[in-house]
Design a protein around this ligand. Structure first.
Ligand code: SAH
Ligand code: SF4
Ligand code: F3S
Length: 451
């Protein structure tokens, strides 16, 4: 940090997906001209923002318990003569249940949805003057992006970059189409400008974000955008998430085989291996069509790491449906995966479906699925032992003299290495593997395998 010290402290707590992480950074960007500097604890903060997630009931409930704590913290501080902090709820819970938040927790000063946070400076000024408008939840992704500062201050050598927002798919279990609005794509020029600015500040790897990132509707789709960004000097690695099987087109698959900067990693949620359940979920793909996509992508890029999302206990899921999910998982072989128990979300079609599954059954299925996915993840990691992988060093490790980096397959790699290698992509010989990470030693450059 340089220049004069910021006079006001901003604490942002981020829940949910990577897009919320991106949004939190952008909120800090819009607030910085007002003199707010980011701090890593809520105590003593002048402005506290909870950037929330609505995807499952648990995520939503966390927000209310956190708000209770913040309220107490503020009261204590004021009792000791401190200034009154401002409490803001942002993100998907703000969008979905703004009115309810203000009713359940009157200590909240401001509620601002995911497409309205560019208005934060104005809204905060207003709450300080009088208790006027306290809810901003309009859908205006285009207005938001136009209002955000073009220059970002990246926090490391990897960065998220939102290229698409919203969802038109309406899977019957999911709140996202209601919290993020309709699918909308940023113009490619604006994305390129942001990527260039990041690269100019030392960012080597960007992850392009969208609720359905491969539905990116700029000219030529996501494949063209990836090729365009791959031409930016210094930007050596590109990833994207989350994609939908329906939007996985030939051009994008081909790019995996042709664009060196496009990392061999694909997060492609499938949710279930049962066609009956997939239909009830309104996923518009089958287990078979999903497997064919994986096959095609592997034909283009044989070493690609596959990741996915799974839901167990969707309404009407029988043992045979769940067995079909296990079968699909066995057929794919995952490098990583996220699995969830179905959570009934108010207002979504699945919440009203008959055949809601017992919690105990969900628990049992989740445990079985996780055991299988964990075994696959261990096997994938173990298969790297003995290879030399290009690793982007991101940060210092917990032990002195140790750096932590990222493999092309998004594994964390721990290596004894000097600080001067931070921000560099360096060949590492992998010597051991655990479930979540790899460890290795610096290798000679000539041993570098193409990845
Ligand atoms: N847009 C992405 C994912 C969005 S949400 C996609 O379509 O793949 C991330 C994951 O949360 C989903 O893939 C799904 O596995 C899970 N999820 C969404 N709604 C859920 C619910 N009601 N209960 C449990 N898991 C859910
Ligand atoms: Fe939710 Fe489905 Fe849209 Fe993904 S595609 S955000 S799971 S509705
Ligand atoms: Fe959660 Fe909203 Fe992301 S509901 S998963 S924060 S899009």
């Amino acid at each position: 940090m340089s220049g004069s010290a910021p006079q006001k402290r901003l604490y942002i707590k981020t829940y949910g997906c990577q897009m919320n992480v991106y949004d939190s950074e952008r909120m800090a960007d819009v607030l910085s001209p007002l003199g707010y500097g980011v701090t890593d604890s809520p105590e003593g903060a002048d402005l506290v923002v909870l950037n929330t997630c609505h995807i499952r009931e648990k995520a939503t409930e966390k927000v209310y318990s956190e708000l209770g704590k913040l309220k107490e913290m503020r009261e204590e501080r004021m009792a000791q003569g401190g200034a009154r902090s401002t409490i803001v709820v942002a993100g998907c819970v703000a969008q979905a249940e703004g009115e309810e938040i203000m009713r359940r927790q009157p200590a909240v000063d401001l509620v601002v949805g995911p497409q309205a946070y560019h208005q934060l400076p104005e809204l905060i000024a207003r709450t300080h003057r009088a208790r006027g408008e306290r809810l901003a939840a309009d859908f205006a992704a285009d207005v938001k992006f136009d209002a955000l500062p073009t220059d970002r201050r990246p926090t490391g050598v990897t960065a998220f970059l939102t290229v698409q927002e919203g969802c038109d798919k309406f899977c019957t279990f999911c709140v996202v189409p209601y919290t993020r609005g309709a699918e909308w794509s940023r113009p490619a020029e604006a994305i390129e400008a942001e990527a260039r600015s990041l690269a100019g500040q030392g960012v080597r790897e960007v992850t392009l974000l969208g609720q359905n990132v491969n539905a990116y509707a700029g000219e030529g789709g996501l494949a063209a955008l990836v090729r365009r960004l791959a031409a930016i000097p210094g930007l050596d690695r590109i990833r994207y998430t989350t994609s939908h099987p329906r939007d996985m087109d030939e051009a994008l698959i081909a790019a995996h085989g042709e664009v060196d900067a496009l990392m061999p990693y694909l997060h492609l949620p499938v949710q279930s291996g049962s066609d009956r359940i997939l239909k009830a979920m309104n996923r518009a793909h089958t287990a078979g069509s999903y497997l064919r996509l994986i096959e095609k992508t592997r034909a283009a890029r044989p070493d690609i790491a596959i990741s996915g999302d799974f839901i167990v206990g969707f309404p009407g899921e029988r043992d045979a449906d769940f067995e079909a999910t296990l079968e699909l998982v066995r057929a794919v072989g995952h490098a990583s995966a996220f699995s969830f128990k179905y959570s009934r979300r108010p207002g979504t079609p699945a919440a009203a479906m008959p055949g809601q599954v017992d919690e105990a059954v969900k628990d049992e299925r989740l445990a079985r699925l996780n055991a299988l996915l964990e075994a696959q993840q261990r096997a994938f990691n173990a298969a790297q032992v003995g290879r030399v992988l290009p690793v982007l060093f991101e940060r210092r490790g917990r032990h002195t003299g140790q750096l932590v980096g990222r493999s092309p397959y998004l594994q964390s790699v721990h290596v004894s290495a000097p600080d001067r290698l931070l921000g560099q992509i360096v060949p590492v010989r992998i010597e051991s593997a655990a479930r979540m990470s790899l460890a290795g030693v610096l290798a000679e450059a000539p041993e570098l395998e193409p990845a």
